[in-house]
Ligand binder design. Structure first.
Ligand code: KIV
Ligand code: ZN
Length: 510
């Protein structure tokens, strides 16, 4: 075990992951994820692109203060201002890295920059030298490396290492390469870059052709010692190499890959659920490692085999990646102790007051729902964990739905009562609407005397069955505010809709 070489895990959920359509996260949510990534044991957290917006700068700065173990990294173009912003925002971190990038492929050189190769090399060297004036740990990425002429790729890699880059990353920016081609690229660099041993080779693979994990593993096999990846594989377009898949492939196939990572695999499921909950990007049930069916056995033959010997159909132990002990869990007679034990097995240790609130919600839920699954518990806990200080809380929602036989016109009215927690005042709102959700949102708007429009609304079932909880995600913007996301879960999906809308409104300065 000890003679195994380390592969560093560079997590870019908060940077490339945030580039997934619709995945923007607020400051509190990013810090929450960064803390969990730190617990998970990732070596490097790419916390953002500080020059992209003041919000990104603030979140990288906060993450640099709030994390304890991982190196905190920020992304920069080869521009002085970008690099300066990474240096400033990561200053408080114990270990910090500046990641500079510049596109190198012919198509990018021609259409993005209209600059010759010599100019690109000069800019790359300047960028690395500038970054080096702030920190020792500098990573350089030749963007679109896998579509760059090999000889030019080797030339620029040689130049940036000589300028001080300590990691050279080979991005498959458009998810174009294949495992054997990736092997060839890394082997070529090892052979043709004279100073290659002075830097760590990294890979950053996108999943456009579904090969990001395979390409990353091929790179490691050929000599890369850092993998860039995201939780649940989220990221630009089809996403990035999935952290949980690549880490578990390395761990499960040690007969092929004699490497170790620092990942605490038991934290994987919790991290995956947190990222899915915060971004609103659902994990497909058949997704490897973290999908709801990843360890479910449907066919009788398989079930029989697993009961006789788990390894007949399971190549990993579900508990190694943080799945709870059993799927069928608690019911209305379960007490605090059983509830707490189950939460701990799912990776949650709650502060006393949050625990009490979560336990109360569990009891309310167990009156409405016969069987409570792990996913239900996770949904309850995640809702509490992310709840910010509230100004408004929902007291009641009433729906009146009547369709007269004589007319096709429905009479649909929503009535809400909301408590303003600052003044103690009860605010009432009523509205009709084309559908019940629209009527509820408008009634809430009227109660608060605002006019906030929702631009995305989604609902999904937390588990199966007709008594399943519905988890609602609502996204809105108001005046010039950044998008605000609200989520809530309940067996009453209209109540969950009202709660989610109100949660997002609580994030606005009303
Ligand atoms: O995909 C890409 O090329 C990137 C770089 C900035 C590393 O995300
Ligand atoms: Zn990328």
């Amino acid at each position: 075990m000890n003679d195994q070489e380390k592969v560093k895990i560079f997590d870019t959920t908060l940077r490339d992951g945030e580039q997934s359509p619709g995945a923007s996260m607020n400051l509190k949510e990013k810090v929450e994820i960064a803390r969990q990534l730190d617990l998970l044991g990732v070596d490097i957290i790419e916390a953002g692109f500080p020059a992209a917006s003041p919000g990104d700068f603030e979140s990288v700065s906060m993450i640099a203060k709030e994390t304890e173990n991982a190196t905190i990294c920020g992304l920069a173009r080869c521009l002085d201002n970008d690099i300066q912003k990474v240096a400033e925002s990561t200053a408080a971190a114990l270990n910090k890295r500046i990641h500079v990038f510049l596109a190198t492929s012919n198509i990018h050189r021609k259409f993005k920059f209209n600059k010759p190769k010599e100019e690109i090399i000069k800019l790359a060297i300047r960028g690395v030298e500038k970054a080096k004036s702030f920190v020792d740990d500098v990573e350089f990425s030749p963007e679109d490396a896998t579509r760059t002429e090999l000889s030019f790729l080797a030339e620029i890699v040689e130049a940036v290492i000589k300028a001080g880059a300590t990691t050279v990353n080979i991005p498959d920016t458009v998810g174009y390469t294949t495992p054997s081609e990736m092997t060839g690229i890394i082997q070529y660099l090892k052979k043709n870059v004279s100073c290659i041993d002075q830097a760590i080779i990294s890979v950053h693979c996108h999943d456009d052709l579904g090969m990001s994990v395979a390409n990353s593993l091929a790179a490691v096999d050929a000599g890369a010692r850092q993998i860039e990846c995201t939780i649940n594989g989220i990221g630009e377009r089809a996403g990035n190499c999935s952290l949980e898949e690549v880490v578990m492939a390395l761990k499960t196939r040690q007969d092929l890959f004699n490497f170790q990572t620092n990942i605490m695999t038991k934290e994987i499921c919790k991290t995956s659920r947190m990222v899915s909950h915060i971004t609103g990007i659902t994990v497909p049930s058949n997704k490897a490692i973290v999908g709801a069916n990843a360890f479910a056995h449907e066919s009788g033959v398989h079930q029989d085999g697993v009961l006789k010997n788990r390894e007949t159909y399971e190549i990993m132990d579900p508990q190694d990646v943080g799945w709870g002990e059993s799927e069928l869990v608690l019911g209305k007679h379960s007490g605090r102790h059983a509830f707490e034990k189950r939460l701990i097995s799912l990776g949650y240790e709650l502060e006393k007051d949050v625990f009490e609130e979560a336990f109360h919600s569990f009891k309310v839920l167990s009156d409405k729902k016969k069987t409570i699954y792990n996913q239900d518990l996770v949904s309850i806990v995640e809702n509490f964990a992310l709840q910010s200080a509230e100004n408004f809380s929902l007291v009641s929602v009433e729906m009146n739905y009547l369709r007269e036989k004589s007319t096709s016109e429905p009479s649909l009215k929503a009535k809400v009562t909301i408590k303003d927690l600052r003044s103690g005042e009860l605010l009432l709102g009523e509205s009709s609407g084309e559908g019940p959700v629209e009527a509820i949102f408008e009634a809430i708007n009227r109660a608060l005397k605002v006019s906030v429009k929702v631009f995305s609304y989604s609902i999904k079932s937390v588990t199966e069955g007709q008594d399943a909880m519905g988890e609602v995600a609502v996204k809105l913007t108001y005046n010039d505010s950044s998008p605000k996301m609200g989520r809530a879960a309940s067996v009453d999906v209209l109540e969950a809709s009202a709660q989610a809308f109100l949660y997002a409104l609580n994030l606005l300065d009303l």
